[in-house]
Write a protein of this length. Sequence first.
Length: 253
Amino acid sequence: MLVQGPFNATYIFVPSRYVCPRWREVQSLHLNKLWMDVFTLLVDMQFQSPLFHLPREVRDDIFDFYLAYDHIDFEDTLRPQLVYMGDVPYSRPLPALMITCKSLYQELRPKVHGQAVLRVAVHGWNDRRIGFGVRGILRFDRLEKLWLVVATEHPNWNSWLLFFGEVIKRARNLLALAIDWNPRPVDSVGWVGRVNMKKEDEFFGIVATLEKLQVIQVYGNISSRWPSRLDAITTRPYVVCHRFRWWREPGLD
């Protein structure tokens, strides 16, 4: 069939029923090969990046620095159970570097999806709020490391201990727990001391329920009772205590 086209050009139109079925297979094979060539080219371009020429240990240090949390990464709230455990999964944007290519996504995935920070902070004079530092969708079942940052001057157990227990119930696959403790030590004498000891018992009891836990890291000026209490939880986790803080406030780096 002759068809008159633009600029007085004449084209030959062949109905699809007259096209050889074998030609469709050949066309499909050529198209698949074209896509494979494009994919191979993109992969080669990714690995030509200077970043992939660095040793894996150096890249991990770069990723740790890149993924460091800041104040803007926390959505502090007075209703943490509603925000972080509601019907709608809590989520934050993925790091920009992670979505640049498939190779970087695979390398950053364990750190991005398997780690989170739970922070208790004070806003104003006496407004204690809880915030989660997370990237992507917050799924407790895939967390392997959790930081607990208590940035208040006093323990204020009642403002966060219950919610911490709910988090631990859902994060059963935790392998590492890091506790960054800012509150000043409390003596065990007097009514305040007895109440604090009771809350400490509840706290260590919650940590003891983590059956897969392998490492416990503690940062800050903790009470002299804590190392022995942590060792008594179980013989499985390896306990490391540091006198310095993990969370650094702006200007104190």
